[in-house]
Design a protein around this ligand. Sequence first.
Ligand SMILES: Cc1ncc(COP(=O)(O)O)c(C=O)c1O
Length: 430
Amino acid sequence: MREKYLLRCPGCGRSFPDRYTLNCPSGCDTLLRTVYAERRLTPRSLPGIFRYKDWLPIEGHLRVDAGPVSYESEHLARELGLLHLTITFSGYWPERGAGMETCSFKELEAQPTALRLREKGAGGVIQVSSAGNTGRAFCQVSGLTGAPVVVVVPTAAAGRLWTTVPAENVCLITVDGDYSDSIAFGREVCSLPGIVPEGGAKNVARRDGMGTVMLDGTLSAGRLPDYYFQAVGSGTGGIAAWEAAERLVADGRFGPRLPELHLSQNLPFVPMVRAWEAGRRTIVAEDMPDAEAAIARVYADVLTNCHPPWGIRGGVRDAFLASGGRMYAVANEDARGAGRIFAETEEIDLDPAAAVAVASLARAMEEGLIDPGKHILLNVTGGGYQRVAEDLDRYPVDPFLRVAAGTTLDGDLRDDIEAWLAEQEVAAYA
Ligand SMILES: Cc1ncc(COP(=O)(O)O)c(C=O)c1O
């Protein structure tokens, strides 16, 4: 039987079967890619993102009806003076059929990642470091599937960790510091046997899950967009959009050209914007002056990743080189204003990060950076929090441990986490 997909390294060109592989076995510093046997996209009658199962690195599916929802905008398009604006919305908006109850596109990553680990993993509990939204999405999937997860977030973001179903298999660790401190402690936790890093941008399930936005937007419009707009922190969604667009070009029915990438960050923390403007292959310290203070001042703090996969082979810079496009640095007040305009015109509240993307689109129009007659895909990466608060019960996730920034995994902490692990029937996932 032929494999549904193989992984391919864009460095050495080797292809190999997936064993929840995050890195090239030959040691290349690259983002591995999935190469699917199916070259034509056939949507399935399955819930949520599993509609696009042919191009997801999983065999089964979850019974979770939470996928991206696309529609042709009238009101925002008119407000901005655009002729063809497709909005792809990830969040909670029942009137539009959007059922992502944790309100962000991070559920697109969490669902296939949890499933891929169960199907392909060597056994283990997944660990996720997050500024809040990713952690909430993984907690939700844990609540829905029972799969245990270790989530590490900044203490200040602990209030963002809630689910709409009880999640009893979550080990939530809060770190008195920022997102980077959470990533550092998450790495410590992964030194424990039985804990597996989810892999961030290196995880093909995360990228292909996010790529469903491009698939859904393209099927909805009947063609590939000319421009793709999204706010980025790690930039994984930008890479995913490029990869999905390449597959759609190869499919042959949606147009021959890759969409330009129009990616945005929130001032004053805009490392990828600076690296892009300077034409730099790597992100350097001067791209993040006064990082700590800058991070504390942004409106959309989920966009504050200090180590995005920018210069790595197959990363955000390569996505730009292949697709063209540009980066935008968006001020807080512009993002807030764009969020208000979106709420007035489309009638749903936005995650601050999604408001940054809307502001970048408004700027592109004001400054004549795009042709208003061309086709645009706006990735609205989160929204509907007010609706969820009105419609659904929310269960806060209680922290299991709280640690200081820079903490290493000493004996007591190790014992606590191992005791939690022992309770999780890890064997069920072996
Ligand atoms: C709502 C929302 N939009 C955009 C982003 C940016 O995603 P990424 O960090 O993968 O670039 C995030 C990240 O957490 C997010 O939560």
